[in-house]
Design a protein around this ligand. Sequence first.
Ligand code: OAD
Length: 252
Amino acid sequence: MRGRFSDRLLGKLMEADWVTAFTGAGVSAESGVPTFRGTGGIWARFKPEELASMDAFMRNPDLVWEWYAHRKRIIAEVQPNPGHVALAQMELLFAGFAVITQNIDNLHRRAGSATVHELHGNIERNYCIGCGRRYSNAEVLAQKGVPRCTECGKAVRPDVVWFGEQLPLEEWERSVRAAQSADVFLSIGTSGIVYPAASLPQISRRSGAYLVEINPEPTPLTDIADEFLQGTSATILPLLVKAIEETRTPQG
Ligand code: OAD
């Protein structure tokens, strides 16, 4: 044991060439971005089908846009927390390292992670539903109401995956490869119930990874995990980085 981490986990990490971290809304909770499920979660207050689908955008573009504009403003003001920072530091400790995230808040990149596969898009990007032209948040938030494409006049939407939509193929394929390559797979702050993303821990374990879950609450994944580290990501991840560094360079 080193602190709260087992010799088995530290041994796996010492031998690992590849570590993959799979993150969900819980990783950003301590930055002040609400999670989706549970008390106070976004889907406890709003119906996903009324806000996060193409049908909803077609039916009520003003409402959907206003909701995303509000989230864009909240997310622009929050900062990465020690959990995000620890994952960026961990990337430097292994030959291969990837973050696969379901989050759209861009906080992993803002914390310094270089290899980030975004399965559900990124709220800082937008595109025209007609011609695909891309727009920055500064451009769309400067317009009143639903922004219009300067090329073709159609509506501009956030570049996030809505219910009923396919995941971006390239990000998905890279994520599957990162899951299959991992010697240690960390599933952090996700309820693990939204597929296909939620299949990645299983894919990784089937490919031989040591599966570790970090979450304050058990999830459907807990039973198949090799280890369940109960607690918040902003607490556990910095301690894990410290334990890896100390195990590599034993103190006199
Ligand atoms: P959820 O809201 O479903 O789950 C958040 C998880 O984070 C729960 O298991 C919490 O116990 C855990 N959690 C809460 N606080 C935490 C903390 N401080 N540290 C670590 N964990 C914490 O969010 P996701 O699993 O990300 O999809 O949800 C998956 C997808 O469902 C989202 O990407 C979104 C949503 O509908 C789309 O928008 C397509």
